[in-house]
Design a protein around this ligand. Structure first.
Ligand code: ADP
Ligand code: ZN
Ligand code: ZN
Length: 805
């Protein structure tokens, strides 16, 4: 029997990145298993912290007295061996702490610190009881909420062994339960009683008859029994008293799917789809970790390829994991998977409550759900025996987490594919350059879907030169050709999607007398006017203040609003097209849970003519009646100081254009731009991904950018600019000293938005091809950052950053 447990404590520091040894007390000997969460005393003050068991052994090199494990938080391990190995790999490749990686993998409910309670171990004096347990024992033991005297008193009692701190272990599973009912007598006996009571108590007779036909001994929920038997809970209570039935606690799953889904059948594949499915299923059958890029134009039927590949994995008795960028934005995708695989599907995403999330997680953990669909963190779902991993819209930047651990779900998916000997399928109409380049090198097998599935033509795309429009019709958000096209659709009862990549009403307010622009007090950015809340908001930190009527600088009243946002466009459209019904979808209109889905459902049911939104409407929508797409400002992303600006613009325009004409009616797209000659816009007009890939690769080659180079970004931030800058200069010195002359070091520079949430940000970017010393140098920098971290300096390391600003 193991006497010692190796515990990774939940204290994310460099010092605790390796496990600590703890003694396993005799009473826990049979409980403690690797992969379980435990509570252990930590540090000099014996502060209790949670941790995860990563190893068990009999001996240790530690020659002092080992502290004992306090308690176990799980009844079964929450991390299997695969996920533990994955956590270690993740920690190494993302420069994050191991415990942080483990926390990232667990559902939120298992991350919360357990609730502690304190209770007497022996009879206390009445005075002690009155002082410390005025409402009886046990009481909650939350050190942050207890006043100092009570806390000190309780600790004193604890040291004297008179009270103990316990964990609310029953609560920890947080499984949802309901009252279950099982018959307590044989069917014959129940019928017999039913006959005797039928006159006097007809309701009881109904219930008895129902109980008599319940087969097997599995319990049914009391609510179900009451409904089916046609009786009230009171009748069931009486029956329990009479000993006709037994009540029990029944575990139920919270069902996040409120909408029933109609089952679907596999479609007859076209030739290109068939080729793709054949290649993928061969890899599944051969248990071959082969990776695929499904490069399919918008509407080419990639989803059907995914679904039929998943079906093959299930057929082989294996499981499937499917990643999508953001569940809230793609409810249609989830519905399609549900329609094909029904109850076998579990969905994981942040929109679920903690309880719902935990229930889905448990269904997966127990092997009850064999198809998992989810956003980024679902890549850590505890699915075993994977037969296929799919990543839809693999180019989406939301797959990269922008806090520790800064992982890309694609890398994790590839790791798991290798582990399970199963194929990984990356799908997109506009693959990331990295992925497409790897396919060119033969690392991924490229499968092309070049035509729309139902042989519809690709939409006709017009580029509208807004410089000309400005000359002809003055400053307006709508060009004449787009407006004409919208009116035409309204007449034909077809639908329109309009994209404007800026929320709010106008992008800034400026004083016309002195030029003063209202800025956020915490960030280096101007405030955006919001008409719905009648306030000025910071889109970075959430700061909000009233709309100024006089200039805070010169007291002039000539305050004007500049730039445009979705709210203003909505108002303008309502004036121009008074009969049109308009739905707006942006961060502000979708704050409430389920709002995305509601807006999309309304639009799908044609309860609105126009869907106006930010880029959140560009993805995955499949509405047959949409025949026109308008992009109001194609340029917003182009001007950003990021080498991916063109790639993002091309992807966004191609994706949003793909929403038009997906069914029988042909689609048309208008892209309004001040840069009509830019290659990203020109090539998006022709929806020519391959030409874009070649053009952009050339530019990346010239500029020594990824995918030709690897990149790592380091950021230092502090409330004082000088501290952040100084730290960054030291980091750059360390990099220069440790790396080869071939490494390209850019910086240090202040970030494009140099101040966010009262902190100043400095960064450096290293571009490199082969740099064996990079890891040790970065580890050194991490070590060095530990001490100043206590004074508010934070240093982050982002390998292959998605955001260079
Ligand atoms: P993508 O994800 O590639 O943009 P979808 O998977 O949404 O495309 O498919 C576009 C439309 O074509 C959907 O309505 C889908 O049902 C339909 N479709 C896909 N494959 C076929 C097929 N083989 N036969 C008929 N319709 C198909
Ligand atoms: Zn002014
Ligand atoms: Zn701010």
């Amino acid at each position: 029997m193991a006497q010692i447990g190796q515990i990774l404590v939940d204290v994310p520091t460099m010092q605790t990145n390796d496990p600590y040894s703890y003694a396993i007390p005799a009473e826990l000997e049979h409980q403690v298993q690797v992969g379980m969460r435990v509570v252990v005393p930590f540090g000099r003050g014996h502060r209790l912290v949670s941790g995860v068991v990563v190893g068990l052994s009999d001996v240790t090199n530690f020659d002092g007295q080992l502290k004992p494990i306090e308690t176990v938080l799980d009844l079964a391990p929450v991390l299997n061996s695969e996920l533990r190995q994955l956590a270690d790999w993740l920690a190494t490749t993302t420069y994050a702490f191991r415990i942080t990686c483990i926390q990232t993998m667990l559902p939120n409910l298992l991350k919360t610190q357990p609730k502690r309670q304190v209770q007497p171990t022996e009879t206390l004096t009445p005075a002690e009881m009155a002082t410390y347990f005025p409402e009886g024992a046990p009481r909650d033991f939350d050190t942050s909420k207890l006043d100092a005297t009570t806390l000190a008193g309780l600790l004193k009692l604890q040291r004297a062994g008179k009270v103990e701190v316990v964990y609310d272990v029953k609560n920890k599973a947080a499984a949802k339960t309901t009252t279950g009912v099982t018959p307590a007598l044989t069917p014959a006996k129940l019928r017999e009683i039913a006959a005797t009571v039928s006159k006097r108590a007809p309701k009881q007779a109904l219930l008895l008859t129902y109980l008599a036909q319940m087969t097997g001994d599995s319990a049914q929920a009391q609510t179900v029994v009451a409904k089916r038997a046609g009786v009230t809970p009171a009748v069931i209570a009486t029956a329990a008293d009479k000993g006709w039935l037994k009540k029990s606690t029944l575990e139920v799953y919270r069902d996040p799917f409120h909408q029933p889904v109609k089952p679907s059948q596999p479609l007859e594949l076209n030739a290109e789809q068939r080729t793709a499915v054949t290649a993928i299923t061969q890899a599944i059958d051969a248990q071959h970790a082969q990776n695929f890029l499904v490069e399919g134009v918008t509407g080419s039927g990639k989803t059907e390829v995914y679904l039929q590949s998943i079906a093959q994995a299930l057929q082989q008795g294996r499981t499937a994991l499917m990643l999508v960028p953001e569940i809230a934005l793609t409810p249609q995708m989830v519905n399609r998977v549900k329609a094909r695989f029904g109850q076998r599907v579990a969905v994981l995403h942040s929109g679920l409550s903690k309880g719902e999330q935990y229930d889905e997680w448990r269904r997966i953990d127990r092997g009850e759900a064999t198809v998992v669909v989810g956003a980024r963190s679902a890549v850590f779902a505890p699915v075993e025996n994977l037969g296929i991993i799919i990543m839809d819209e693999e180019h989406e930047s939301s797959y990269k987490q922008d806090e520790n651990p800064r992982y890309h779900a694609r890398d994790v998916a590839l790791w798991r594919g290798k582990y399970h000997h199963c194929p990984v399928v990356l799908g997109s109409a506009t693959p990331s350059l990295e992925t497409r380049a790897r396919a060119a090198k033969g690392l991924y097998t490229r499968l092309v879907l070049s035509k729309r599935a139902k042989a519809q033509p690709m939409p006709t795309v017009h580029v509208v030169d807004m410089r000309e429009q400005l000359k002809q019709q003055g400053d307006s958000d709508f060009s004449e050709p787009l407006m004409t096209a919208i009116k035409e659709r309204l007449k034909r009862h077809e639908q329109v999607v309009l994209m404007l990549n800026r929320r709010g009403y106008s992008s800034f307010v400026m004083c016309r007398d002195c030029g003063f622009v209202l800025k956020c007090p915490n960030c280096d950015i101007s405030l955006t006017l919001h008409m719905d809340s009648h306030s000025m908001k910071c889109h970075y930190c959430g700061h909000e203040e009233p709309i100024p009527h006089v200039c805070p600088n010169c007291h002039s009243r000539k305050i004007r609003y500049y730039g445009t946002g979705t709210q203003k466009v909505q108002q303008a459209l309502e004036k121009l097209l008074p009969t049109a019904k308009i739905l707006r979808m942006d961060v502000d209109s979708t704050r409430r849970k389920g709002a995305h889905e509601r807006i999309l459902r309304q639009f799908g049911q044609h309860r609105a003519d126009i869907l106006l939104g930010t880029q959140m409407i560009a993805k995955g929508l499949d509405f047959p009646n949409v025949t026109l797409v308008g992009v109001l400002n194609a340029d917003t992303a182009l001007g950003l100081p990021d080498f991916r600006a063109s790639e993002r613009t091309f992807q966004l325009l191609t994706q949003v254009s793909g929403r038009a004409g997906r069914a029988t009616k042909p689609g048309e797209v208008f892209i309004q731009t001040f840069n009509p000659d830019h290659y990203a816009i020109q090539l998006a007009q022709h929806q020519d991904y391959e030409r874009f890939f070649v053009t952009e690769m050339h530019i990346r080659h010239q500029g020594n950018y990824p995918p030709y180079y690897f990149a790592v970004q380091l950021t230092a931030s502090h409330e004082e600019e000088a501290v952040a800058a100084k730290a960054m200069y030291q980091i750059v010195a360390a990099l220069k000293q440790g790396l080869s002359p071939a490494a390209i070091i850019l910086g240090p520079t202040p970030k494009a938005i140099a101040r966010v949430k009262r902190k100043y940000y400095y960064q450096v970017v290293v571009k490199y091809k082969q740099e064996p010393q990079l890891r040790p140098v970065l580890e050194q920098i991490r070590q060095a950052a530990q001490i100043p971290a206590r004074h508010g300096l934070s240093v982050t390391i982002d390998s292959e950053p998605m955001n260079f600003m």
